[in-house]
Design a protein around this ligand. Structure first.
Ligand code: SF4
Length: 160
């Protein structure tokens, strides 16, 4: 039986949408294990593969150069990229340092330099094309379930 091949990725954020997804598994895992192949989900498993994904769910804002490279790699390896939660969709609240005053920015500059941080923290759409969004802080459970149903049908896992 065909399964939806998904990846779940977390960047700069508090990872509460990951927690929401895990909590939803209490109720839905029995169905989902028949319908979803969790190819990349580090909260769930050790062996993760980023290649050939149907849907990549991306949580969090992009704060450093390493994250920027990884999200570009994810984009190359998925058919649909979905920004999950406000940090991924619009950058906030993980982008607070973007609005620091000049003095504070100067004060933290050595940390940004040492850890390869970008000049500003960006929503995912400023780095790669985003196909769909599930906003909320954390993500809306209801919308996530609706979107998942939509992707099951779109990728032929369930009949349209
Ligand atoms: S959108 Fe809210 S819940 Fe999600 S990672 Fe950002 S701060 Fe956390």
């Amino acid at each position: 039986m065909k399964k939806l091949k998904i990846g779940w990725f977390s960047f700069t954020c508090c990872e509460d949408s990951t927690i929401i997804f895990i909590e939803l598994m209490n109720e839905h895992f029995k169905d989902w294990e028949k319908l979803i192949e969790f190819k990349y989900f580090r909260t769930l498993k050790n062996n993760n593969y980023m290649t050939d994904l149907d849907v990549a769910f991306v949580e969090g804002a992009i704060a450093n150069y390493k994250e920027e490279e990884i999200v570009k790699e994810i984009r190359k390896n998925c058919k649909k990229l979905v920004a999950v939660g406000n940090c991924a969709c619009v950058g906030s609240p993980s982008n607070q340092r973007n609005s620091f005053d000049q003095e504070t920015k100067q004060e933290i500059q050595f940390i940004l330099d040492r850890f390869g941080h970008r000049e500003k923290v960006s929503p995912v759409s400023e780095i790669v094309k985003v196909d769909d969004s599930i906003p909320g802080c954390p993500m809306s459970e209801q919308l996530f379930l609706e979107k998942l149903e939509q992707y099951f049908r779109e990728f032929g896992v369930k009949n349209a």
